[in-house]
Design a protein around this ligand. Sequence first.
Ligand code: NAD
Length: 540
Amino acid sequence: MAENHTSRVQQISIGPKNGDGTTVIDIEAETESENVEPATQPDIMANFDDTLQLARLAFASGKTRNVSFRRKQLENLLRCYEEHENEIISALEADLRRPKQESLIVETEFMKNDIKHILYNLAEWVKPEKPDKSFVNLLDDVQIFNDPFGVVLVIGAWNYPLQLLLVPVAAAIAAGNCVVLKPSEIAGNCAKFIAETIPKYLDNDCYPVVCGGPTETAELLKQRFDYIFYTGSPRVGKIVHAAANKNLTPTTLELGGKSPCYIDKSVELRTAVKRILWGKLINCGQTCIAPDYVLCSKEVQEQVIVEAKEVLKEWYGDNIQSSPDLSRIINQNNFQRLLGLMKSGRVAVGGKYDASERYIEPTILVDVKQDDAIMEEEIFGPILPIYTVENAYDAIKFINSRENPLVLYIFTTETEVLDLFVNSTQSGGLCVNDTIMHYAVDTLPFGGVGTSGMGSYHGKYGFDTFTHKKSCLGKNLALLGEKMASARYPPYSDRKSSLLSFLLRKRRPLPNLYLSHVIAAGLGVGLTFLVNYYLQKESN
Ligand code: NAD
């Protein structure tokens, strides 16, 4: 069966502006796989140069520094999601056969809530921060300005093709940057929607969309950006990081890996199994934070299998393939890769597949070995291996012998067990007695550690990711301050050194603002006398 993305047609040229003055770069190339014909390379490079130049000029003009401008762009983006919800759902259905309910929850509603959260808080976030002052700076202005980086590049992945691109884009806009948007070419229908529709809502020069696969992205990465935000595999993450390194460009990498799920016998298994299977099966397992494999005792494993069979029947009926509620695998490459992984261990649940639809039945594998392929590479499909362990210590040893996961799932009601995992493992995040839902808590940072990623975003953390914290110490030139500081000037002496060490000594923060003003005034007067006394003695 022909793949969606194999016949995808992309055009390249910096188009004439759309009706509302937006620009889209499309790339005309038939993309067979990861390799795209390099024939149009010089054109691509010229166009990338032009696009970047326009974005740089737009940033230099200062228009994205204007908070009302940013707000307007975000409101437009929100309107875009609202006005094109059905189109978005259709594009996701065409790429992934994604059920409408999942598209609503994990893409459109998520993106709308994300922008609303930004709009509600933007006025507060953009304000210069006033950190605590130490004794020596009591009379000074100590501030942190929230500066945009400049022109940033956001590269999205195919599995949540809109949300993974547009949520960081919204954060970058909020922080006052110009943004080049690069959707994943693998989810071709969503990339087309982004290229054709998003630019109708956003400023033309500040937020261009660039389409293409690895070849075009590699060309794009030769450009100098002020920040790069990448979502995708650790393999490509290394390529992006190496390219960014050439210009010392700061980078956030939202990567993947294997997220383990430990279950102990203290939990109510029916609920645990439902939550684990839901996390594994939304988007047919093609989720960076899907529980990748289960760690539990043999006894728990047997009960999980019984519960799982019942839950799957309750959700999808007797013929799972005919259920409209299970997505399909994105393409034949991934489908074939998953069939290979299913050869590990023994099938305890499921195991059926149909290549013509890229359908794989929800499958549980048991008797897998530590070095089986399914226990080595990220699964990214509806297959759940169970690896048996004796206890929590065993599970922790297993987890710690591998790369740091993006998230660690723990199902337990025992506080000691939970504490053990919290204190003895490293992961991007933790989610206890549920799966996936931590992603939707917009006051929590989302990101990996080690090979699962670097940096984080969501809510305020997204704003901060795209913000340079510009520190500023503001002093006045009045006599009092100058007197206090004059002990720093040569000629140096022991007396001046001891005065300086007294002034600079670290002290506990002052209790409250009002009190600190009173103390500051008193200290100012006292110190002036003290400094005068010292300096006069010095000059005698
Ligand atoms: P993908 O193939 O869509 O690639 C991601 C992006 O990288 C695309 O825009 C693509 O054009 C670009 N790209 C691909 N090859 C490239 C190359 N050689 N040079 C430059 N750019 C290139 O997505 P994927 O990598 O298959 O995504 C799956 C992986 O992403 C999984 O590991 C998953 O766990 C991870 N992921 C992580 C998150 C997260 O938030 N941490 C979210 C989704 C997916």
